[in-house]
Design a protein around this ligand. Structure first.
Ligand SMILES: O=C1O[C@H](COP(=O)(O)O)[C@@H](O)[C@H](O)[C@H]1O
Length: 356
Protein backbone atom coordinates (compact mmCIF):
# COMPACT_ATOMS: atom_id res chain seq x y z
CA UNK A 1 0.00 0.00 0.00
CA UNK A 2 1.28 3.46 -0.84
CA UNK A 3 2.17 5.70 2.02
CA UNK A 4 1.90 9.42 2.24
CA UNK A 5 4.85 11.66 1.64
CA UNK A 6 7.45 8.92 1.50
CA UNK A 7 10.89 9.17 -0.10
CA UNK A 8 10.85 12.90 0.35
CA UNK A 9 14.33 13.25 1.70
CA UNK A 10 15.92 11.17 -1.00
CA UNK A 11 14.00 12.86 -3.81
CA UNK A 12 15.02 16.23 -2.58
CA UNK A 13 18.69 15.70 -2.98
CA UNK A 14 18.48 14.51 -6.57
CA UNK A 15 19.50 16.70 -9.45
CA UNK A 16 16.69 15.15 -11.50
CA UNK A 17 14.11 16.50 -9.08
CA UNK A 18 15.38 20.02 -9.30
CA UNK A 19 15.30 19.87 -13.11
CA UNK A 20 11.66 18.84 -13.10
CA UNK A 21 8.90 21.38 -13.01
CA UNK A 22 6.11 18.98 -12.23
CA UNK A 23 5.68 15.95 -10.13
CA UNK A 24 3.01 13.36 -9.73
CA UNK A 25 0.64 13.65 -6.87
CA UNK A 26 -1.99 11.24 -5.84
CA UNK A 27 -4.64 10.93 -3.21
CA UNK A 28 -3.91 7.63 -1.63
CA UNK A 29 -5.89 5.48 0.72
CA UNK A 30 -4.51 4.45 4.05
CA UNK A 31 -4.55 0.77 4.88
CA UNK A 32 -7.32 1.43 7.36
CA UNK A 33 -9.50 3.10 4.73
CA UNK A 34 -9.26 0.85 1.68
CA UNK A 35 -12.43 2.26 0.09
CA UNK A 36 -11.11 5.80 -0.23
CA UNK A 37 -11.44 7.10 -3.82
CA UNK A 38 -8.19 7.87 -5.54
CA UNK A 39 -7.21 10.76 -7.72
CA UNK A 40 -4.09 11.26 -9.78
CA UNK A 41 -2.75 14.76 -10.16
CA UNK A 42 0.18 16.51 -11.72
CA UNK A 43 1.35 19.37 -9.58
CA UNK A 44 4.05 21.94 -10.11
CA UNK A 45 7.41 20.91 -8.77
CA UNK A 46 9.92 23.68 -9.04
CA UNK A 47 12.75 22.35 -6.98
CA UNK A 48 12.74 24.87 -4.19
CA UNK A 49 9.10 24.20 -3.33
CA UNK A 50 8.30 27.87 -2.90
CA UNK A 51 7.56 29.46 -6.28
CA UNK A 52 4.73 28.95 -8.69
CA UNK A 53 4.91 27.31 -12.10
CA UNK A 54 2.22 27.99 -14.71
CA UNK A 55 0.39 30.03 -12.13
CA UNK A 56 -0.09 27.19 -9.69
CA UNK A 57 1.83 27.61 -6.45
CA UNK A 58 3.90 24.54 -5.86
CA UNK A 59 2.67 24.13 -2.32
CA UNK A 60 -0.96 23.90 -3.36
CA UNK A 61 -2.23 20.42 -2.97
CA UNK A 62 1.06 19.06 -1.78
CA UNK A 63 2.63 18.41 1.56
CA UNK A 64 4.90 21.25 2.47
CA UNK A 65 7.58 19.73 4.64
CA UNK A 66 9.20 21.58 7.52
CA UNK A 67 12.32 21.72 5.36
CA UNK A 68 10.44 23.75 2.74
CA UNK A 69 10.45 20.92 0.24
CA UNK A 70 7.17 20.07 -1.48
CA UNK A 71 6.43 16.37 -1.28
CA UNK A 72 5.91 14.93 -4.75
CA UNK A 73 3.34 12.42 -3.52
CA UNK A 74 0.56 13.86 -1.47
CA UNK A 75 -2.82 13.10 -0.01
CA UNK A 76 -3.80 16.74 -0.12
CA UNK A 77 -6.73 17.73 -2.34
CA UNK A 78 -5.48 21.19 -3.27
CA UNK A 79 -5.31 22.56 -6.80
CA UNK A 80 -2.99 21.08 -9.37
CA UNK A 81 -2.65 21.16 -13.12
CA UNK A 82 -4.46 17.93 -13.85
CA UNK A 83 -6.73 15.92 -11.64
CA UNK A 84 -7.78 12.48 -12.77
CA UNK A 85 -10.55 10.93 -10.72
CA UNK A 86 -10.08 7.51 -12.36
CA UNK A 87 -7.45 5.23 -10.97
CA UNK A 88 -5.37 5.38 -14.11
CA UNK A 89 -4.18 8.14 -16.44
CA UNK A 90 -2.57 7.48 -19.82
CA UNK A 91 0.32 9.33 -21.39
CA UNK A 92 1.49 8.40 -24.83
CA UNK A 93 4.32 9.54 -27.05
CA UNK A 94 3.18 8.28 -30.46
CA UNK A 95 6.50 9.14 -32.15
CA UNK A 96 8.32 6.82 -29.77
CA UNK A 97 5.66 4.11 -29.51
CA UNK A 98 5.65 4.64 -25.76
CA UNK A 99 2.60 4.46 -23.56
CA UNK A 100 2.72 5.18 -19.87
CA UNK A 101 -0.15 4.10 -17.67
CA UNK A 102 0.03 5.93 -14.38
CA UNK A 103 -1.97 4.34 -11.59
CA UNK A 104 -3.07 5.65 -8.24
CA UNK A 105 -2.18 2.38 -6.55
CA UNK A 106 -0.36 -0.87 -7.17
CA UNK A 107 -3.74 -2.60 -7.06
CA UNK A 108 -5.01 -0.40 -9.90
CA UNK A 109 -1.88 -1.28 -11.88
CA UNK A 110 -2.65 -4.95 -11.26
CA UNK A 111 -6.13 -4.47 -12.72
CA UNK A 112 -4.66 -2.83 -15.82
CA UNK A 113 -2.21 -5.67 -16.17
CA UNK A 114 -5.03 -8.21 -16.00
CA UNK A 115 -6.93 -6.33 -18.71
CA UNK A 116 -3.85 -6.13 -20.94
CA UNK A 117 -3.23 -9.87 -20.63
CA UNK A 118 -6.91 -10.72 -21.16
CA UNK A 119 -7.22 -8.50 -24.24
CA UNK A 120 -3.96 -9.69 -25.77
CA UNK A 121 -5.00 -13.31 -25.19
CA UNK A 122 -8.40 -12.75 -26.81
CA UNK A 123 -6.80 -11.19 -29.87
CA UNK A 124 -4.15 -13.92 -30.20
CA UNK A 125 -6.57 -16.78 -29.68
CA UNK A 126 -8.92 -15.35 -32.31
CA UNK A 127 -6.03 -14.94 -34.74
CA UNK A 128 -4.11 -18.19 -34.24
CA UNK A 129 -5.84 -20.30 -31.62
CA UNK A 130 -3.22 -19.84 -28.88
CA UNK A 131 -1.61 -17.16 -26.74
CA UNK A 132 2.08 -17.01 -25.87
CA UNK A 133 2.77 -15.11 -22.65
CA UNK A 134 6.31 -14.47 -21.42
CA UNK A 135 6.82 -13.71 -17.73
CA UNK A 136 9.61 -12.12 -15.73
CA UNK A 137 10.63 -12.95 -12.20
CA UNK A 138 11.52 -10.62 -9.35
CA UNK A 139 8.61 -8.44 -8.29
CA UNK A 140 6.48 -9.11 -11.38
CA UNK A 141 4.76 -12.38 -10.35
CA UNK A 142 3.07 -10.67 -7.40
CA UNK A 143 1.14 -8.47 -9.87
CA UNK A 144 -0.09 -11.54 -11.76
CA UNK A 145 -2.55 -12.54 -9.07
CA UNK A 146 -4.78 -9.71 -10.33
CA UNK A 147 -5.67 -12.06 -13.20
CA UNK A 148 -7.46 -14.30 -10.71
CA UNK A 149 -10.11 -11.66 -10.06
CA UNK A 150 -10.47 -10.48 -13.66
CA UNK A 151 -14.17 -10.22 -14.45
CA UNK A 152 -14.14 -11.39 -18.06
CA UNK A 153 -13.60 -14.83 -19.54
CA UNK A 154 -10.00 -15.99 -19.99
CA UNK A 155 -9.27 -19.07 -22.10
CA UNK A 156 -6.48 -20.46 -19.93
CA UNK A 157 -6.21 -23.72 -21.84
CA UNK A 158 -4.93 -21.77 -24.86
CA UNK A 159 -2.10 -20.12 -22.92
CA UNK A 160 1.57 -21.03 -23.44
CA UNK A 161 3.79 -19.69 -20.66
CA UNK A 162 7.49 -18.84 -20.98
CA UNK A 163 10.09 -17.05 -18.87
CA UNK A 164 12.07 -14.14 -20.25
CA UNK A 165 14.77 -15.20 -17.85
CA UNK A 166 15.22 -17.92 -15.30
CA UNK A 167 17.70 -18.69 -12.60
CA UNK A 168 19.57 -22.00 -12.95
CA UNK A 169 18.09 -23.46 -9.79
CA UNK A 170 15.60 -26.26 -9.09
CA UNK A 171 11.96 -25.42 -9.74
CA UNK A 172 11.34 -25.76 -6.01
CA UNK A 173 13.93 -23.10 -5.09
CA UNK A 174 12.80 -19.77 -3.68
CA UNK A 175 15.01 -18.19 -6.38
CA UNK A 176 13.03 -19.84 -9.16
CA UNK A 177 10.95 -17.51 -11.32
CA UNK A 178 8.77 -20.48 -12.24
CA UNK A 179 8.05 -21.14 -8.57
CA UNK A 180 7.05 -17.50 -8.00
CA UNK A 181 4.75 -17.55 -11.04
CA UNK A 182 3.22 -20.85 -9.92
CA UNK A 183 2.49 -19.49 -6.46
CA UNK A 184 0.96 -16.27 -7.77
CA UNK A 185 -1.01 -17.63 -10.72
CA UNK A 186 -0.06 -20.79 -12.56
CA UNK A 187 -1.10 -23.25 -9.85
CA UNK A 188 -4.54 -21.60 -9.71
CA UNK A 189 -5.56 -21.58 -13.37
CA UNK A 190 -6.13 -24.47 -15.80
CA UNK A 191 -3.13 -24.06 -18.09
CA UNK A 192 -1.97 -27.51 -19.23
CA UNK A 193 1.41 -28.35 -17.62
CA UNK A 194 2.82 -29.17 -21.08
CA UNK A 195 2.25 -25.53 -22.04
CA UNK A 196 4.38 -24.10 -19.23
CA UNK A 197 8.04 -23.91 -20.26
CA UNK A 198 10.42 -24.00 -17.32
CA UNK A 199 14.20 -24.31 -17.32
CA UNK A 200 15.68 -27.83 -17.53
CA UNK A 201 16.73 -28.66 -13.98
CA UNK A 202 20.08 -30.01 -12.87
CA UNK A 203 22.12 -28.98 -15.93
CA UNK A 204 24.94 -26.56 -16.53
CA UNK A 205 23.73 -23.12 -17.55
CA UNK A 206 24.93 -23.55 -21.13
CA UNK A 207 23.01 -26.79 -21.57
CA UNK A 208 19.98 -25.19 -19.96
CA UNK A 209 20.06 -22.26 -22.41
CA UNK A 210 20.46 -24.55 -25.43
CA UNK A 211 17.62 -26.74 -24.16
CA UNK A 212 15.30 -23.77 -23.58
CA UNK A 213 16.02 -22.37 -27.04
CA UNK A 214 15.44 -25.86 -28.45
CA UNK A 215 12.00 -25.98 -26.85
CA UNK A 216 11.11 -22.68 -28.52
CA UNK A 217 12.46 -23.76 -31.90
CA UNK A 218 10.44 -26.97 -31.61
CA UNK A 219 7.11 -25.20 -31.26
CA UNK A 220 4.97 -25.02 -34.39
CA UNK A 221 4.96 -21.60 -36.04
CA UNK A 222 1.17 -21.58 -35.71
CA UNK A 223 1.81 -21.13 -31.96
CA UNK A 224 5.08 -19.19 -32.13
CA UNK A 225 5.45 -17.41 -35.47
CA UNK A 226 8.79 -15.99 -36.67
CA UNK A 227 9.56 -12.47 -37.88
CA UNK A 228 11.44 -11.61 -41.08
CA UNK A 229 14.79 -12.13 -39.30
CA UNK A 230 13.70 -15.54 -38.03
CA UNK A 231 13.15 -14.53 -34.40
CA UNK A 232 10.11 -15.85 -32.51
CA UNK A 233 7.19 -13.46 -32.16
CA UNK A 234 5.65 -13.84 -28.69
CA UNK A 235 2.22 -12.34 -28.19
CA UNK A 236 3.01 -10.52 -24.95
CA UNK A 237 6.18 -10.14 -22.90
CA UNK A 238 5.89 -8.79 -19.35
CA UNK A 239 9.08 -7.22 -18.05
CA UNK A 240 10.33 -5.94 -14.75
CA UNK A 241 13.24 -3.55 -14.42
CA UNK A 242 15.98 -3.76 -11.83
CA UNK A 243 17.35 -0.68 -10.04
CA UNK A 244 20.37 -0.82 -12.37
CA UNK A 245 18.11 -0.83 -15.44
CA UNK A 246 18.47 -4.55 -16.16
CA UNK A 247 15.68 -6.38 -17.91
CA UNK A 248 15.37 -10.15 -18.03
CA UNK A 249 18.95 -11.16 -17.11
CA UNK A 250 20.46 -8.57 -19.44
CA UNK A 251 22.65 -6.42 -17.24
CA UNK A 252 24.30 -3.06 -18.01
CA UNK A 253 27.50 -3.05 -20.05
CA UNK A 254 27.47 -6.79 -20.78
CA UNK A 255 28.20 -8.34 -24.17
CA UNK A 256 24.87 -10.21 -23.92
CA UNK A 257 23.25 -6.90 -24.89
CA UNK A 258 24.78 -7.06 -28.35
CA UNK A 259 23.71 -10.61 -29.20
CA UNK A 260 22.18 -10.68 -32.67
CA UNK A 261 21.67 -14.40 -33.42
CA UNK A 262 20.81 -16.45 -30.35
CA UNK A 263 17.34 -16.55 -28.82
CA UNK A 264 18.39 -17.65 -25.33
CA UNK A 265 21.76 -16.99 -23.69
CA UNK A 266 23.47 -18.50 -20.66
CA UNK A 267 24.62 -16.03 -18.01
CA UNK A 268 27.19 -17.34 -15.54
CA UNK A 269 28.19 -14.19 -13.67
CA UNK A 270 25.02 -12.28 -12.94
CA UNK A 271 25.77 -9.32 -10.64
CA UNK A 272 22.46 -10.07 -8.94
CA UNK A 273 22.36 -13.50 -7.28
CA UNK A 274 22.00 -16.25 -8.16
CA UNK A 275 24.89 -15.95 -10.65
CA UNK A 276 23.73 -18.60 -13.14
CA UNK A 277 20.75 -17.76 -15.32
CA UNK A 278 19.37 -18.06 -18.81
CA UNK A 279 17.85 -15.09 -20.59
CA UNK A 280 16.02 -14.15 -23.76
CA UNK A 281 18.06 -11.85 -25.96
CA UNK A 282 17.09 -8.34 -27.04
CA UNK A 283 16.16 -9.33 -30.62
CA UNK A 284 13.66 -11.81 -29.16
CA UNK A 285 12.20 -9.28 -26.74
CA UNK A 286 11.95 -6.66 -29.49
CA UNK A 287 10.29 -9.09 -31.90
CA UNK A 288 7.28 -9.47 -29.56
CA UNK A 289 3.87 -8.23 -30.63
CA UNK A 290 3.54 -6.38 -27.40
CA UNK A 291 5.79 -5.60 -24.42
CA UNK A 292 4.70 -4.24 -21.05
CA UNK A 293 6.95 -3.15 -18.20
CA UNK A 294 5.54 -3.30 -14.70
CA UNK A 295 7.46 -1.05 -12.31
CA UNK A 296 5.74 -0.30 -9.04
CA UNK A 297 6.73 1.26 -5.74
CA UNK A 298 9.16 3.94 -4.65
CA UNK A 299 12.12 1.60 -5.12
CA UNK A 300 11.65 1.91 -8.90
CA UNK A 301 11.30 5.72 -8.99
CA UNK A 302 14.92 6.44 -9.82
CA UNK A 303 15.35 3.84 -12.55
CA UNK A 304 11.98 4.73 -14.10
CA UNK A 305 12.98 8.38 -14.32
CA UNK A 306 16.41 7.54 -15.75
CA UNK A 307 15.00 5.11 -18.27
CA UNK A 308 12.17 7.28 -19.51
CA UNK A 309 13.76 10.72 -19.33
CA UNK A 310 17.55 10.48 -19.45
CA UNK A 311 19.51 9.63 -22.57
CA UNK A 312 22.01 7.01 -21.36
CA UNK A 313 25.12 5.70 -23.09
CA UNK A 314 24.36 2.59 -25.16
CA UNK A 315 24.14 -0.42 -22.86
CA UNK A 316 24.12 1.61 -19.67
CA UNK A 317 20.41 1.08 -19.18
CA UNK A 318 19.27 -2.16 -20.82
CA UNK A 319 15.63 -1.13 -20.30
CA UNK A 320 16.18 1.64 -22.87
CA UNK A 321 17.08 -0.99 -25.46
CA UNK A 322 13.61 -2.47 -25.30
CA UNK A 323 11.99 -1.10 -28.44
CA UNK A 324 9.54 -3.62 -29.87
CA UNK A 325 9.35 -3.50 -33.66
CA UNK A 326 5.57 -3.62 -33.34
CA UNK A 327 5.75 -0.24 -31.61
CA UNK A 328 3.61 -1.58 -28.77
CA UNK A 329 5.44 -0.73 -25.57
CA UNK A 330 3.71 0.08 -22.30
CA UNK A 331 5.00 1.10 -18.88
CA UNK A 332 2.65 0.37 -16.00
CA UNK A 333 3.56 2.67 -13.12
CA UNK A 334 2.07 3.76 -9.85
CA UNK A 335 2.44 7.18 -8.28
CA UNK A 336 5.37 6.00 -6.19
CA UNK A 337 7.41 4.71 -9.11
CA UNK A 338 6.42 7.75 -11.23
CA UNK A 339 7.17 10.34 -8.57
CA UNK A 340 10.33 11.69 -10.25
CA UNK A 341 8.87 11.94 -13.76
CA UNK A 342 8.30 15.24 -15.50
CA UNK A 343 5.46 13.98 -17.68
CA UNK A 344 3.85 17.37 -18.03
CA UNK A 345 6.89 18.60 -19.90
CA UNK A 346 7.32 15.65 -22.25
CA UNK A 347 7.36 16.64 -25.90
CA UNK A 348 4.25 15.77 -27.88
CA UNK A 349 2.73 13.94 -24.97
CA UNK A 350 -0.92 12.99 -25.30
CA UNK A 351 -2.79 12.42 -22.10
CA UNK A 352 -6.08 10.77 -21.28
CA UNK A 353 -8.41 11.60 -19.69
CA UNK A 354 -8.05 15.29 -20.33
CA UNK A 355 -7.48 17.69 -17.42
CA UNK A 356 -10.55 18.47 -15.42
O1 LIG B 1 16.56 -10.93 -11.33
C1 LIG B 1 15.61 -10.45 -11.90
O2 LIG B 1 15.36 -9.13 -11.79
C2 LIG B 1 14.47 -8.43 -12.64
C3 LIG B 1 13.94 -7.24 -11.86
O3 LIG B 1 13.37 -7.72 -10.67
P1 LIG B 1 12.70 -6.78 -9.58
O4 LIG B 1 12.51 -7.66 -8.38
O5 LIG B 1 13.65 -5.64 -9.33
O6 LIG B 1 11.41 -6.33 -10.16
C4 LIG B 1 13.36 -9.32 -13.15
O7 LIG B 1 12.61 -8.64 -14.10
C5 LIG B 1 13.98 -10.60 -13.69
O8 LIG B 1 13.01 -11.42 -14.29
C6 LIG B 1 14.62 -11.32 -12.56
O9 LIG B 1 15.16 -12.59 -12.89
Amino acid sequence: MLRQGHKLQSSRGKSTSSQSKFSVRCNVASESAPDTKYTINIIPKNGDGKHSVNGVPSVMGAHLMASGFVAPVSTSTGAGLNVYPPEVAYYSKPGEGLNVMLHATAAAAGSSLAKIVAEASDAAIKAKGSFTLVLSGGSLPSSLSSLLTYKGNIQWDKFYIFFVDERNVPHSSDDSNLKAAREALLSKVPIPATQVFGILEGQGVREAAVHYEGQLVGLPTSVLPRNAQGFPVFDLILLGVGPDGHVASLFPHRSSLTETKRWVLPIDNSPKPPPERITFTLPVINAAKEVAFVALGAGKAEVVQRTLEVQALPGALPAQLVRPESGKLRWLLDVSSAQNLDIANWDDVKQFPRSQ
